[in-house]
Design a protein around this ligand. Sequence first.
Ligand code: HEC
Ligand code: HEC
Ligand code: HEC
Ligand code: HEC
Ligand code: HEC
Ligand code: HEC
Ligand code: HEC
Length: 326
Amino acid sequence: MKVIILGIVVTLLAFLGITGPDTAPVMQDPEGAEMLKGAENSIYYEDNETCFKCHAQDFYTLEDAESGLSQKRVMCQNYIVDRDEYYQSNHWSFACTDCHSWEFSNFPHPTAERLQDHFSCLDCHGYDEAYAQYHFEEIEEEYNASTHAEIEGFSCWDCHNPHSYEINIRTSTNLKETILYDNNICLECHGNYSNFRLLSDIDEVDVVVSHEWLPNQVAHFAGVRCIECHTSINDSILVAHHILPKEQAVRNCTECHSSDSRLMATLYKFEAKEQRKRGFLNGVIVNNSYVIGATRNYFLNVASVVIFAGLMLVLMIHVFFRIKKK
Ligand code: HEC
Ligand code: HEC
Ligand code: HEC
Ligand code: HEC
Ligand code: HEC
Ligand code: HEC
Ligand code: HEC
């Protein structure tokens, strides 16, 4: 009897794909052959060096052709562009002067050019079939409704650094690293007061303090992204962009620690689509972390009841024969 029960359990587990190796997260490569990123593959490498000469390090040389004088000067931290990050970013194949006016080849840079508006994401990506899968238009709508849009001078570029932003969750092969990457976008301001105060008059708010109600903050901040709790769920885009006022942030533990965890519609959305095709709904959660309460499975619940009933039956038969023997 024991052997039979064990057999049933093993078959069930195998059927549900828990023990099978093919429940590993499936991540897709972006479609189509892509040109390899990297400085050596950029046709604008030499052109960009004329800018990097000054913008890639902590100092630059101020020169005056007429008098022949020159001196070292400190380059403001915010004006430094990391060469390696640049050539790994989404817009690595660009020349600096694709987005910035040619006039920046002159130094001092002309004030009129410095006051020009920058391109917006939608200027290049909006209503373009090639980028339809990203739904830029809907992201813009969500952003416009979010709390940040009310802040003067805030734009998509504040989270998507023009010189380093790299697409992540869509191509992720390491969820923990992606969570770190995405959270660092927020912490660029919410964990760095010198950036924060450029946009706000309020005294620094410490995210560690304002999230003290959350037990084991370290594990949570490493296991979920800020946007899991701070955005409303949107099924048609992969990364929700509607950041809600703080009063509407998720505080309820069961939003995640339950069988219909909101993580399936947020953090695990991309993987979940793949997994759902195979029928094991919460497989992605099992694969990525142990989220207490979120890993309940209907079949396993039924199986445990069946096993329990079977055990009781065996016990009763046993008791019956013992009584009979007496
Ligand atoms: C000789 C050094 C030098 C070179 C070469 C140089 N820059 Fe600059 N750039 C600076 C400095 C210094 C600043 C800080 C503001 C200032 O002093 O004008 C700056 C500021 C900027 C700014 C910010 C302007 C603003 O007010 O927002 C941009 C954009 C910029 N540079 C782009 C470029 C581009 C693109 C190139 C190459 C075509 C380039 N720079 C070449 C030194 C240089
Ligand atoms: C895809 C477009 C794009 C490309 C390519 C690009 N930039 Fe920028 N850059 C921007 C935008 C947009 C801003 C303004 C960012 C903001 O408002 O926060 C900016 C800002 C800057 C600034 C001022 C820093 C700041 O935070 O305001 C400097 C300096 C700069 N760029 C230099 C460069 C250099 C050097 C290159 C080439 C290696 C380059 N950029 C390539 C879009 C671009
Ligand atoms: C000046 C035009 C321009 C602007 C402005 C611009 N992009 Fe792009 N973007 C491009 C082009 C062109 C590519 C393709 C680059 C390549 O493959 O080498 C691209 C690539 C991308 C990709 C990768 C697409 C893929 O399938 O690999 C993403 C994501 C992206 N951009 C997001 C943004 C966001 C977000 C903004 C605003 C913060 C923005 N872009 C602003 C022109 C632009
Ligand atoms: C408050 C920060 C923030 C702002 C503001 C913001 N984004 Fe994002 N965006 C993110 C984060 C975080 C991600 C996730 C990055 C990743 O993992 O690929 C993301 C991802 C994206 C992606 C990739 C989504 C996908 O399907 O792979 C696009 C496209 C994008 N943003 C466009 C925009 C546009 C356009 C704007 C302005 C209208 C904007 N974002 C403003 C934080 C922001
Ligand atoms: C588990 C859900 C959860 C996660 C994860 C989370 N937050 Fe929050 N956050 C909240 C809640 C709930 C509040 C409202 C707290 C209150 O009532 O003051 C809040 C408040 C905030 C506030 C307003 C704080 C203030 O005192 O003004 C900011 C800013 C913030 N969070 C940023 C972040 C950032 C950045 C991250 C990622 C590093 C993050 N949050 C991750 C739930 C979360
Ligand atoms: C470029 C800086 C910057 C970045 C990046 C940034 N924020 Fe903010 N955020 C701010 C500022 C400034 C405020 C407004 C503070 C004020 O004046 O009330 C704010 C406000 C907030 C609030 C509080 C809204 C309220 O009701 O008061 C939340 C929540 C928040 N941000 C979450 C996020 C999340 C999540 C991310 C990353 C996806 C993020 N922020 C990225 C600068 C930033
Ligand atoms: C946004 C979703 C989310 C919310 C909301 C949330 N959790 Fe979690 N929680 C997680 C995830 C994901 C993990 C697994 C982290 C990991 O990978 O270790 C976790 C882990 C935990 C752990 C185990 C931590 C450890 O030591 O490994 C405890 C305990 C916990 N959560 C309690 C809570 C409580 C109590 C609340 C409500 C106050 C809460 N959680 C709210 C997603 C959430």
